[in-house]
Design a protein around this ligand. Structure first.
Ligand SMILES: Cc1cc2nc3c(=O)[nH]c(=O)nc-3n(C[C@H](O)[C@H](O)[C@H](O)COP(=O)(O)OP(=O)(O)OC[C@H]3O[C@@H](n4cnc5c(N)ncnc54)[C@H](O)[C@@H]3O)c2cc1C
Length: 410
């Protein structure tokens, strides 16, 4: 039995040094709660500076509640958009179905907002920036853990010792690869690819309206942002994962050209404008399913642990919830990380897996295979304009069967 003098912080409930890889959504949220509970987090982010922008997220539910507890709701509301309508159009631009978003607001007591991923990440990071060390432009090349701690070798050559390492580095997590094995062991491809980019000065604009166009096997959504910018989000059926890396510009443009050329609506204008775009988000739509989320001193959160995919529409909120619960369980277990990691998983696993299952079921709603499928999807959207039906279906799909524990971390 070590004496209290030689005992490590994780044995005494003292201040722990925690490396968090990834300064996206989950990482800075975890840093915030760890700092509040007396620890010393260090964020490690491979991007050279904070990453802004990105696709639009819907944000509600328990993630929204975590944001309220962090005091960042005002920044989120300022950066966000209250979408009024989702409208599906045909190849001639005629409206085929339109759904007001009142039911979404009713089901969430008004706490439902859409905002760029980067703006949500910036609001979270703003809450920790001043007090948390962040290493930009670096990553982790190797880890070695033993009874005393976890030694991290950085890509740029230096080495440092921490008590714990948290992988918050997203769908293609490097920490997961180093501590658990290759991505293909845990990745479940859902049969789609997703692409997103922004254009400046695009016309027409439809303020606070999400306009959808479908061709068999592909969907494009257009949303007008402030600053005369327009966001385009594409979901395309694709049976096998792509061999090119995520973000491959040429592969992305080729796929979108193949899928949307000569399909009508505004597609040819969008595809022409796309030729001048250099910054796209392009990836497979996949989920991460793991048998366990921790391995000794290393734990995973957010997409790294259990990506639900964009089809769930709640990955960011879940990432924030996982960060909150993990920090809370460490506090409750008085830093006994083994017990905390076990309880973190016991609390969340069934709930998150339920979200993964419903996302999979919902997949065909995005990009129906045939014209008949598109018609059926539009009919379903139209049926939801009946108030009671909308309240029932929207209420069910937005419900979080999870009560956020109170860890007394304020
Ligand atoms: C098109 C699209 C639409 C979506 N829509 C919604 C929605 O409506 N609502 C919702 O809640 N969620 C949505 N999501 C999901 C949501 O974006 C994710 O679930 C969420 O961002 C996960 O947060 P994270 O912090 O785990 O990962 P990320 O946000 O991906 O952050 C990971 C961070 O780790 C960094 N990183 C990666 N690799 C390394 C490395 N090797 N070393 C160091 N740093 C590294 C990255 O640069 C990044 O900063 C959507 C996703 C997509 C793709």
């Amino acid at each position: 039995m070590p004496s209290p003098i030689t005992m490590a912080p994780w044995q005494t409930g003292g201040r722990m040094k925690v490396a968090i890889c990834g300064a996206g959504i989950a990482g800075p949220t975890l840093a915030y709660w760890l700092q509040r509970t007396g620890h010393e987090p260090t964020l490690i982010e491979e991007a050279p500076r904070f990453r802004g922008g990105g696709y639009i997220l819907d944000f509600w539910g328990i993630g929204y509640r975590v944001a309220e507890l962090m005091g960042i709701e005002p920044q989120i509301l300022e950066a966000g958009y209250h979408v009024r309508t989702v409208r599906a159009v045909d190849r001639d631009g005629r409206t085929r179905a339109a759904l007001g978003t009142d039911a979404f607001r009713r089901s969430t007591q008004g706490k439902f907002i859409s905002l760029p991923r980067g703006e949500l990440a910036a609001a979270i990071y703003g809450a920790v920036e001043a007090g948390v060390e962040t290493i930009f432009g670096d990553s982790i090349a190797a880890i070695r853990q033993d009874e005393q701690g976890v030694r991290i070798a950085f890509t740029h050559g230096s080495e440092r010792e921490f008590d714990l390492l948290m992988g918050a580095d997203g769908l293609h997590s490097n920490v997961r690869r180093l501590a658990f094995g290759p991505e293909e062991n845990f990745s479940k491809h859902l049969g789609y690819k997703v692409a997103a980019f922004e254009l400046e000065g695009y016309r027409p604009r439809n303020e606070r309206e999400y306009v959808l166009f479908n061709t068999p096997g592909g969907q494009v959504g257009r949303f007008s942002l402030r600053g005369d910018r327009t966001l385009f989000l594409f979901v395309v059926r694709a049976g096998v994962p792509h061999r090119e890396g995520p973000g491959d510009l040429a592969a992305c443009k080729a796929l979108l050209n193949r899928t949307f050329a000569d399909t009508g609506w505004e597609c040819s204008r969008i595809l022409t404008a796309m030729q001048g775009v250099n910054d796209v988000y392009f990836d497979d739509v996949s989920q991460i399913r793991m048998g366990r989320w921790s391995n000794e001193r290393v734990a995973l959160i957010g997409d790294a642990a259990a990506c639900v995919s964009l089809l769930a529409g709640e990955g960011a909120g879940l990432a924030m919830t996982e960060a909150y619960v993990l920090a809370g369980e460490l506090k409750r277990a008085n830093n006994d990380y083994r017990e905390a990691f076990r309880n973190y998983e016991i609390r969340l696993r069934a709930f998150v897996e339920g979200k993964q299952r419903s996302a999979e079921t919902f997949a065909s709603f995005f990009a129906p295979k045939s014209q008949f499928g598109i018609w059926a999807r539009n009919t379903a959207i139209q049926a939801m304009t009946i108030g009671a039906v909308a309240d029932l279906l929207v209420g069910r799909s937005l419900r979080d069967d999870f009560d956020l524990p109170n860890y007394d971390m304020q």
